[in-house]
Design a protein around this ligand. Structure first.
Ligand SMILES: [Zn+2]
Length: 403
């Protein structure tokens, strides 16, 4: 992450109109049914999601490759309906002595099976996975290993409900005509992407050239990759309905300002979900971190003069809508050796995972499709009791069109 600096706002206005306001409120029951972020996933030495990322992962090094393989294996084994891709670039850096350093962005996408790629609008959940090259051995637990693991959890938390919802839509003939969201079936063209960016950190000191290597390359590539003629969305960049960037999360008691008036509506959904999860006692950090993280729940059109340099910048500059979830002030451990697993506040880490999963479920309209977790004794083989109306039964259900 980069230092703060000040600009007059607004600097850039969105070029793409917001085509849909994607949101469905979730019931208390659905919030309760979303899976618990567990030590199995988040323990700093053995957690399946988090622990493999808690290593130095400077671009072009073995650690970086290991983390990429971790992402690839996760989606291949746990979330096989997600389509994974990488986008590669190289650049020299102030410390590479003329050598080209490789940068690899990883992304995983799940779209409605009937929708052509150029007709889908996505919530893109973003974190950077590279770690800063100095000080030597720097882990970057909040920066941004935890955000990466949180996004993996969120994808996993909604996956089965999404399968159920889309199968239900197909059966009921609500899948639209496949031609896009102008036909009154906006919900049928809503997808999700998890995006892990490389090369966010500067190698020497932060400048426009020495930072955001992966994000700059990707925004440029996506802008110049058009969809087929007659697509609703012009290019890969205009498929992004909201660029939700998480950074510097995992320390106790963060405060997250609302940075952008045009996405304050999404910020407000975050704030509301946070306060409901607290009230319903689903937050673990409730006692240690009692103040709201999203502290501006009222409509706020006041302009923020603070601008933080981060991976959203190349996208924002091209008119993409951004919700930036980053604390101000930054965590105390920012860019020092103490930003490691031992200094994380684990209740806060797990609460971020739960909150992000809830936001994703609200965005994707999963009310009525999240089933209660099965007791382990059932081995996952039996059906959960389905008390929701309209939900398709059966955890083993798969979309025929995706096989
Ligand atoms: Zn950083």
């Amino acid at each position: 992450m980069a230092p703060l600096f000040h600009l007059l706002f607004p600097i850039l206005l969105p070029l793409f109109p917001t085509l849909t306001t994607a949101w469905t409120d979730l019931s208390d029951e659905t919030l309760a049914r979303l899976p618990n972020p567990s030590d199995t996933d988040f323990d700093i030495t053995t957690g399946a999601l988090l622990s493999p990322i808690l290593i130095p992962r400077v671009p072009g090094t073995e650690g970086s490759l290991k983390v990429l393989n971790h992402f690839q294996n996760f989606f291949a084994t746990k979330l096989p309906y997600w389509k994974t891709s990488t986008q590669n670039s190289t650049a020299t850096t102030p410390t590479s002595n003329g050598a080209e350093i490789p940068f690899v962005n990883f992304y995983a996408t799940r779209d409605p099976p009937w929708a052509g790629e150029g007709n889908v609008g996505r919530l893109v959940l973003v974190a950077h996975y590279d770690s800063k090259s100095t000080p030597e051995g720097f882990i970057g637990a909040t920066d941004s290993a935890v955000p990466c693991a949180v996004l993996m959890h969120a994808a996993q938390a909604v996956d089965e409900a999404l399968t159920r919802k889309w199968e239900n839509m197909r059966v009921k003939g609500l899948a639209g005509d496949g031609l896009g969201d102008g036909d009154g079936h906006e919900d049928a063209y809503r997808g999700v992407m998890i995006l892990f960016l490389d090369g966010e950190e500067a190698f020497h000191s932060w400048t426009n050239e020495d930072s955001l290597y992966g994000a700059r390359s990707l925004a440029n590539t996506w802008e110049s990759t058009p969809h087929t003629a007659l697509s609703q969305r012009k290019n890969h960049l205009s498929s992004i309905d909201l660029f939700l960037l998480l950074d510097l999360l995992g320390s106790k008691s963060p405060t997250i300002p609302s940075y952008f008036p045009t996405t304050h509506w999404a910020y407000t959904h975050m704030a509301t979900l946070e306060s409901r999860l607290r009230q319903l006692n689903h937050f673990l950090s409730h006692k240690t971190s009692p103040n709201p993280w999203f502290f501006e729940p009222a409509t706020k059109e006041e302009k923020h003069s603070m601008m933080i340099q981060d991976d959203h910048i190349p996208f924002l500059a091209r008119g993409v809508e951004v919700l930036h979830v980053i604390p101000a002030p930054f965590p105390r451990v920012w860019h020092v050796m103490e930003d490691d697993g031992e200094h994380l506040d684990m209740p806060t880490v797990k609460d971020w995972a739960r909150l992000t999963a809830a936001f994703l479920a609200g965005w994707l309209g999963l009310e009525g499709f999240v089933e209660a977790s099965l007791p382990v004794a059932n081995g996952g083989a039996e059906e959960a009791e389905d008390v929701t109306s309209g939900a398709v039964r059966g955890r083993g259900l798969r979309l025929k069109t995706e096989l």
